[in-house]
Design a protein around this ligand. Structure first.
Ligand SMILES: [Zn+2]
Length: 296
């Protein structure tokens, strides 16, 4: 599959029902505290596949030392493929997407109860002329936050020389991964979530790799990272914490699905010491040396 084909597929149609139903093991939903992946699938297909699902949820075989098994989603390995690289990453200078209100719930569409809906929202913003350019700046954002995100995401560059993946920043809004900002997260009731130390969320739609290889069309959407400009006290997120948050979320964007249970790891809920640990490194290597089951 060529990069061009993937790009075409990004504006293509959803996978046909036939193709999806050939891969029932891939049909379920995985939710971690700050990662949510969603498949664009018909519900009847989901119902049919319930029984086979349990069989396909194999543990990773013989993981190397340091690899934490939580990297793998319940649906299998999620990662980008060579044809999608270099991944294009757009880090906005403070743009916020929480001004779009879901009239039914009376809260921002970009609320934390609807993380799975964020890629669709961003796809819609991008396809509406002028909307992306007109996004407001998140309250509390300053350029140091941008620099922190740049550094945090840049930590993953070290794996490029090993051939795991490549990515580059872009200033054009046609990226694979977008970074947006928010003053603080709200849930679907509009309740402000000030107190928690969740500094970011990553949302991505994922698609069965084999089905796409077989010619299936997928409605690819951008992966969306949202970072919070304030900390638990409501003051500007400190540089080091923001850098760790951006690095952690980018780990999710690259495909690490869940959280390491070891608090020293960047990909734990505690952000480790804010840098990629030996376990994180082993894990991303293991993931990118394993065949993908799903691709963003
Ligand atoms: Zn996380």
């Amino acid at each position: 599959m060529s990069k061009e084909k993937i790009r075409q597929a990004r504006s293509g149609k959803t996978l046909s029902d036939n193709l999806i139903c050939q891969f029932p093991g891939l049909l379920s939903r995985s939710l971690a505290a700050c990662l949510l992946v969603a498949l664009t699938l018909p519900p009847d297909c989901l119902a049919q596949s319930g029984r086979q699902l349990a069989v396909k949820q194999a543990r990773p075989a013989a993981a190397a030392g340091g690899v934490y098994p939580e990297y793998r989603s319940r649906m299998g390995n999620v990662r980008w493929i060579k044809e999608q690289m270099p991944l294009k990453v757009y880090i906005s200078h403070g743009a916020a997407i929480d001004g779009f209100i879901d009239e039914e719930v009376g809260a921002p569409i970009a609320n934390t109860s609807n993380v799975a809906g964020w890629p669709k929202l961003v796809a819609s913003i991008l396809s509406t002329p002028g909307q992306f350019e007109a996004l407001p700046i998140a309250q509390g954002f300053d350029e140091q936050h941008y620099n922190a995100a740049l550094q945090g995401i840049g930590m993953w560059k070290q794996f490029e020389k090993e051939g795991l993946f490549t990515f580059q920043l872009t200033t054009e809004p046609d990226a694979d991964i977008f970074v947006f900002w928010v003053n603080h997260f709200v849930d679907k009731t509009g309740m402000a979530l000030f107190a928690g130390d969740i500094r970011g969320y990553t949302s991505k739609d994922i698609f069965p790799y084999r089905a796409i290889l077989a010619g299936g069309k997928a409605d690819f959407k951008p992966v969306v990272i949202m970072l919070r400009t304030t900390d638990t006290n409501g003051v500007a997120m400190p540089f080091q914490k923001m850098r760790a948050a951006a690095a952690h979320e980018f780990g999710h964007a690259l495909g690490i699905d869940g959280h390491s249970r070891n608090p020293i790891d960047l990909m734990s809920l505690y952000y480790g010491n804010g840098t990629i640990s030996a376990n994180d490194a082993s894990t991303i290597r293991y993931l990118y040396h394993s065949p993908p089951d799903l691709i963003p």
